[in-house]
Design a protein around this ligand. Structure first.
Ligand code: DHB
Length: 490
């Protein structure tokens, strides 16, 4: 009956012999279904077992994406420890490869395409982590009838289902499913944060049930999140708060080829009168939002903005940039050409915020995320099975330049970690590492700053910083990342 199945579908437990269509996948991990692989890290050869393309739900919508690759250091099978970890205690590193809210096939250990250095998964394996790499549906995924199958909240539902699979198999699989550490960049960083924020929330249950996800908890131990494109329903106002007055832009246009490889193209321009008006209106909305969150800094000082967008929250954002400049200075970076930084006796004592933002430069045109013509990636994320793109803010809907609809409030909520952190019925991750480069203009610096402050104010352990002169990206500091993961597990 199963003769037609290809290797990726080997964990099928039942097939309908009348129609030859697969009706069910087993949630049970098959310990025997692996290949042995080797790789070199820092001149040392490491050997590991690769369990690939495991369908992690019983009733997948798309077996190209709702699959997971799992990698285990070979040493664990003969009882050897790696550092302080053994077959039972090894944490599970859980990196997603989502970019642009596009569909993502699971990643694998290897060399980073750009740097040529070992990627995060390979470094994790070399340090004794079990690595579980989930794929997930995305905004362009369609079925044979042309219905969209990966619109929000599909990607986060898929990641939760993959976490549940790991818990379901915890006893028979190497690694400790109570020590799952999620990692991601950009849209993937947003999903990593969302996964950590929303553990066990009932809001996602009906979606998980429909997929036949394991009936297990889906909270995770820790989150690593780089350059998170998150808080989407406030990201437009946050962007204009930061970049209002900067009218020249270098815009990134994201598209994809037929294999869903993301293409990025830079287009230069100047805002129109209408766009400047939109920027003014959106930036004026941001202080109310910040003030409504009722956050404080670590000394208990309220983080607020007045109606002109100035106040303690702005100073707070600036303090992270100054800390970053100080760190750069301490490690020998020459900052003397940057006249907007004041340095006295080897200390960064001030920074002209407006000039710093000029230096960063604007990338996106208003509105940056909920595009008024519905052409942004995020508009597509919030489409439905039959609608390509929708608005997800009231401002976007009211100022739409095309015929349009608004996403369901419940779906908008399910994509935003800030609504869930520390709330009743939710198990938010205890440990967070959040990074946003000081010249990343894909989203506002305010976005990760608010996320971090919200987490810290809710009692979670947060390591937040802005790496100096780092643009939009992630996984650029793997030694520090794994020092951090080792420290929280210990
Ligand atoms: C990504 C970048 C963006 O600027 C955006 O709006 C959404 C996603 C990304 O790189 O994943």
């Amino acid at each position: 009956v199963c003769g037609f199945l290809s290797a990726p579908l080997m964990n099928v437990s039942a097939a309908n012999s009348d129609t030859n269509t697969i009706t069910k996948y087993s949630l049970k991990f098959n310990s025997n279904n692996y290949t042995e692989e080797t790789a070199t890290v820092d001149g040392k050869t490491i050997t590991y077992r690769a369990y690939e393309k495991i369908v992690y739900v019983k009733n997948p919508v798309d077996t190209k994406y709702e699959i997971m690759n799992i990698y285990v250091p070979e040493e664990y099978y003969d009882g050897t420890s790696i550092g302080s970890y053994n077959v039972d205690t090894a944490p599970i590193f859980f990196p997603n490869t989502v970019g642009g809210y596009m569909p993502a096939e699971p990643g694998s250990p290897g060399l980073d395409e750009r740097s040529g250095e070992p990627n995060a998964a390979l470094v994790a394996l070399s340090k004794g982590y079990v690595v579980a790499e989930p794929g997930a549906r995305g905004r362009t995924t369609q079925n044979e009838s042309g219905e969209y199958t990966g619109k929000a909240p599909a990607a986060i539902v898929d990641l939760k289902a993959a976490v549940r699979y790991l818990r379901y198999n915890d006893k028979i699989m190497p690694g400790d499913a109570e020590k799952i550490i999620s990692n991601g960049t950009s849209a993937g960083g947003a999903l990593s944060a969302l996964l950590g924020a929303t553990g066990n929330s009932k809001d996602y249950d009906s979606y998980l049930k429909k997929l036949g996800a394991a009936n297990e908890r889906d909270d995770i131990f820790a989150v690593s999140s780089y350059a998170a494109i998150t808080d989407l329903d406030h990201a437009d106002m946050a962007y204009e708060w930061l970049f209002n007055g900067i009218n020249d832009y270098k815009k990134l246009v994201i598209s994809s080829d037929t294999d869903y490889h993301i293409q990025r193209e830079m287009v230069e321009g100047t805002l129109t009168e209408d766009q400047i008006q939109v920027s003014n209106e959106l930036s004026a909305l941001f202080p109310n939002y910040v003030n409504s969150l009722k956050l404080t800094d670590s000394n208990g000082t309220p983080l607020t903005l007045n109606k002109n967008g100035n106040g303690t929250f702005k100073e707070y954002v600036k303090s992270f940039v100054m800390d970053s400049a100080q760190k750069a200075l301490d490690s020998g970076t020459d900052l003397s050409s940057l006249t907007w930084i004041t340095i006295k006796g080897g200390k960064v004592t001030d920074l002209d915020f407006d000039q710093y933002i000029q230096y960063v430069g604007r990338m996106k045109t208003p509105s940056a995320f909920d595009g008024l013509d519905l052409t942004n990636a995020e508009n597509e994320l919030f489409g439905t099975s039959t609608t390509k793109a929708q608005h997800f803010t009231q401002y976007g809907l009211e100022n739409s330049t095309v015929s349009s609809t608004l996403a369901d409030a419940s779906v908008i909520k399910m994509l935003n970690p800030l609504y869930y952190i520390g709330t009743k019925g939710t198990t938010t991750s205890s440990y967070w590492r959040i990074r946003q480069g000081t010249v990343d203009n894909d989203t506002s610096l305010a976005v990760p700053t608010l996320l971090s402050a919200k987490l810290e104010n809710s009692g979670f352990n947060v390591d937040f910083s802005m790496p100096w002169d780092q643009s939009h990206g992630g996984d650029y500091d793997l030694d520090e990342l794994f020092d951090w993961t080792d420290s929280i597990v210990a």
